[in-house]
Ligand binder design. Sequence first.
Ligand SMILES: [Zn+2]
Length: 98
Amino acid sequence: MANTTPKSLRRRMHSVMFKAPMMITCEEFESFILEYIEGDLSPRQKMIFEMHLRVCAECRAYLKEYERARALTEAQRNIESTEVPDDLIAAILAARGA
Ligand SMILES: [Zn+2]
């Protein structure tokens, strides 16, 4: 259905939406992604972020890719951390006061 919309019209709709005061650009969206995934955004920032997500298919796709890449990185980190000796982990935790 979206494919039947002329590209020029879609672009115009896009710019109108981004002119709204609560709207952010795709660049701002990208700079917020890590905070969003880690839950570091304030409720207001999160709302603005999710609003952009709703209107921008490109950023939806980008977020999906980003989360996938991040999951892979996490998985790798977990594998690496199992190779750390238990007593080293205990020493680090003790140093942190945990
Ligand atoms: Zn976007």
